[in-house]
Design a protein around this ligand. Structure first.
Ligand SMILES: Nc1nc2c(c(=O)[nH]1)N[C@H]1C(S)=C(S)[C@@H](COP(=O)(O)OP(=O)(O)OC[C@H]3O[C@@H](n4cnc5c(=O)[nH]c(N)nc54)[C@H](O)[C@@H]3O)O[C@H]1N2
Ligand SMILES: Nc1nc2c(c(=O)[nH]1)N[C@H]1C(S)=C(S)[C@@H](COP(=O)(O)OP(=O)(O)OC[C@H]3O[C@@H](n4cnc5c(=O)[nH]c(N)nc54)[C@H](O)[C@@H]3O)O[C@H]1N2
Ligand code: SF4
Ligand SMILES: [Mo]
Length: 669
């Protein structure tokens, strides 16, 4: 028996786990006792995180489509066909990287794409925190969580907006509870009375899509009552005057109607937020997944700047990153506009630096995003290479997505299971899962941590090794890596934030970037003395309230919002292979407000049809404390896929789709 120290493969909290291994089988898992993130605790997904590893449906051999059936094919033959196709479609190719894969794997895939001459590389961050990268980037100069998980305990007032932390980031919720024990005030903003909302001192049950109005209303009170931090604004920010002007019209009375919240409550929250000497904002998908997602993020930043709540313990603007390694996949440049370390592809000086290190001429045009690549399928994109993503379930308007996938000349899917997207593949490649390889993940608080191989799956390969084989077969130089650490050492050379990190330093507890030199201990809190912007100042930006893309009307009278539950993860490829998690719940449901249920004459457990302009699904009714006029469906269940209903309306700046809001009707069946 051995215990292998590694990290949970599910969410961005990045809890430490020990995998208990007997004869090449993981038989159990234990939380790492003195781990700085989870301190010896796990949530239910972490507790059963090993159950999918030995599932009989794991992809074990490369497969090729022949006459609409998959047949086994040898690795060398599969790689040779893929390489031939890549040479043929070089200018019409796109890559989806993966926030489930390691930093090393994402680094190698984006390098491969770029050396081939394309910046068409993106991943699920586009559907997730793309507005964070834009909004926080513009205001503070860095699109990452400003403070640390441990530090949340220090806060005296926590504004949780659009985050169901208790279900989606449970080991961060534990810190919020600890803060509450220390008399911190908790404010929750959500259209649903979630598990998180039950712990709130003040719960603002708003209409979906109205965060900007609410936040501007809160700031209107702070400005009107002169409760802002004058010293901080003067010393550390710019753009205040213009911003303050833009807030004048957002009186609590005005926004009250938009948000569906009493104006007194807005005033109360504004005073609560400024009265504490350490207030922090924690946000997630209820802020980002809108056609105005970047404005939502900017409004959060404005509130922190206005009250001087940045750069100190217990404060900050804290986007909770979702996937185990979505922070890392972004850091590694698995994005169409930046190289590793957020260095712009269209900056001649920076591109030259990468050309010198990689020894290839590189393309300076920004590439296509996830949704753009899918829309261009059959047009400018003929060949798509998907490593560890499942867009046939996770993208908006999946009926459209599936039509697009069919238009591709060639689709390669590299996954650990036969996902819904894999069904459309021409070649399927079996990848090792996290427990079968070495590498690093970067969690939501920028903590880079080692993951370690615990077991072997004979014919599968780590994702980086597969890309290395393809790159070599295409005839490219610079991919002859012998291990994950060798790749990491190249990452350090090109990524300033990671320059001082070594595998040796990561052995205990990991390191939080930025870590510029080997003797640097890492950075738990950002922007303590100056912001990461070019002039070091925090920037007030203007965010006006905009109406959503699709509003309810007579035919489609309900607002649909979508999201998650604690027991399942995204498209369910992993959690729906776990006996314990499946045992908790394994079918779709739709949350309906009791008054609406009465009007529709439906009761708990009834089967209904939910329909939007794009598609329809069946789901069981769950009567809940959701805002009247709003319904909620989790997107985990492919057979009644919430994304058949959602709309692909994009935020202009970040290109995130409006996954949290569209109009639907409910029919009794
Ligand atoms: N169990 C589990 N945990 C996960 C995941 C998972 O699939 N399952 N996924 C991970 C990933 S990748 C991510 S990104 C995170 C997501 O974590 P969260 O963002 O916390 O999860 P969601 O359920 O998508 O949405 C959060 C809340 O936003 C609310 N909301 C909807 N519209 C609005 C609005 O207009 N304003 C406000 N204020 N709130 C609104 C919803 O009602 C919902 O309760 O979770 C991570 N953790
Ligand atoms: N309606 C609606 N849609 C949403 C959202 C929402 O809130 N509402 N949220 C969006 C968000 S925030 C996100 S992050 C996306 C997530 O979207 P996706 O990333 O597409 O969803 P996952 O199910 O996490 O897909 C990961 C895939 O990687 C595979 N995999 C796991 N480990 C490995 C590995 O080591 N190697 C390889 N090669 N493959 C691996 C899994 O089997 C799975 O097929 O969904 C988005 N879609
Ligand atoms: S909180 Fe996230 S990282 Fe921690 S055990 Fe749960 S799913 Fe895993
Ligand atoms: Mo996400």
């Amino acid at each position: 028996m051995k215990i292998v120290d590694t990290v949970c493969p599910y969410c961005g909290v990045g809890c430490g786990v020990g995998l208990i291994v007997v004869d090449n089988r993981i038989v159990d898992v234990e939380p790492t006792k003195f781990h700085p993130v989870n301190e010896g605790k796990l949530c239910i997904k972490g507790r059963y995180c090993f159950e999918f590893v030995h599932n009989e449906n794991r992809l074990k051999k490369p497969l090729i489509r022949k006459n609409d059936e998959f047949q086994e094919i040898a690795w060398n033959k599969a790689i040779s066909i893929i390489a031939k196709m890549i040479k043929e479609y070089k200018d019409e190719i796109g890559f989806l990287a993966s926030a489930k894969c390691t930093n090393e794997e994402n680094y190698v895939l984006q390098k491969f794409a770029r050396v081939l001459g394309t910046n068409n590389i993106d991943h699920c961050a586009r559907l997730c925190h793309a507005p964070t990268v834009v909004g926080l980037g513009e205001a503070f100069g860095s699109g990452a969580m400003t403070n640390s998980i441990e530090d949340i305990e220090e806060s005296k007032c926590i504004l949780l907006i659009g985050s169901n932390t208790f279900e989606q980031h449970p080991l961060i919720a534990r810190r919020i509870l600890k803060a509450k024990e220390n008399n911190s005030k908790i404010i929750v903003v959500d259209p649903r009375k979630t598990h998180t909302a039950r712990f709130a001192d003040v719960f603002l049950q708003i209409y979906p899509g109205t965060n900007v109005a609410l936040l501007n209303g809160i700031m209107n009170v702070i400005l009107r009552e002169e409760l802002y931090d004058y010293e901080f604004i003067k010393k550390r920010t710019k753009g205040f005057e213009e911003f303050a002007k833009s807030i004048e019209k957002y009186t609590p009375e005005f926004v009250s109607k938009i948000c569906g919240i009493k104006s007194e409550l807005i005033e109360k929250v504004a005073r609560m937020y400024v009265e504490s000497d350490k207030s922090s904002i924690i946000y997630c998908m209820g802020v980002t997944q809108f056609s105005h997602g970047s404005d939502n993020v900017k409004a959060c930043c404005n509130l922190a700047l206005l009250t001087g709540n940045v750069g100190k313990p217990g404060t900050g603007v804290n986007p909770l990153r979702g996937q185990n390694n979505v922070q890392g996949a972004c850091d590694m440049g698995a994005l169409p506009n930046v190289f590793p370390g957020y260095q712009k592809v269209n900056d001649d000086k920076l591109r030259k630096k990468f050309e010198e290190i990689w020894k290839y001429k590189l393309n300076g045009d920004v590439g296509l995003t996830v949704t753009e690549m899918i829309n261009e399928a059959g047009k400018n994109i003929k060949f798509l290479y998907v490593m560890g993503e499942n867009p046939a379930v996770s993208d908006p308007d999946v009926n459209h997505v599936k039509k697009c996938l069919k238009k591709l000349d060639f689709l390669v899917v590299q996954d650990i299971f036969l996902s819904d997207t894999a069904e459309f593949a021409d070649i399927l490649l079996p990848a090792c899962c996290w427990a079968e390889k070495d590498g690093t993940f970067t969690n939501t608080e920028r903590r880079v941590q080692l993951i370690r191989k615990a077991v072997e799956l004979p014919d599968a390969l780590p994702d980086w090794e597969i890309i290395k084989m393809v790159a070599k077969e295409v005839g490219l130089r610079g991919f002859n890596y012998s291990c994950a650490e060798e790749i990491f050492n190249e990452i350090r050379k090109v990524t300033p934030q990671y320059a001082g990190i070594t595998y040796k330093k990561l052995e205990i507890n990991g390191i939080q970037w930025p870590c510029p030199t080997e003797d640097h201990p890492g950075t738990p809190i950002l922007h303590t003395d100056k912001f990461a912007t070019s002039d070091g100042l925090g920037k007030f930006t203007i965010a006006e309230y905009k109406e959503p893309f699709e509003k309810p009307d007579e035919e489609y009278p309900f607002i649909l919002t979508t999201g998650r539950i604690i027991f399942h993860y995204h498209t369910g490829t992993m959690t729906r292979k776990s006996e314990h998690l499946k045992g908790e719940i394994n079918e779709c449901f739709v949350e309906v407000n009791p008054e609406n249920a009465k009007e529709l004459s439906i009761k708990d457990g009834d089967l209904v049809k939910v329909k939007s302009k794009r598609g329809e699904i069946f789901a069981k009714v769950r009567i809940s404390n959701i805002k009247k006029g709003v319904v909620f469906i989790p997107f985990h269940f492919a057979e009644s896929s919430a994304n058949k209903l959602t709309v692909c309306a994009l935020d202009e700046k970040s290109k995130i789709p409006e996954l949290k809001l569209c109009a639907v009707k409910i029919e009794v069946v």
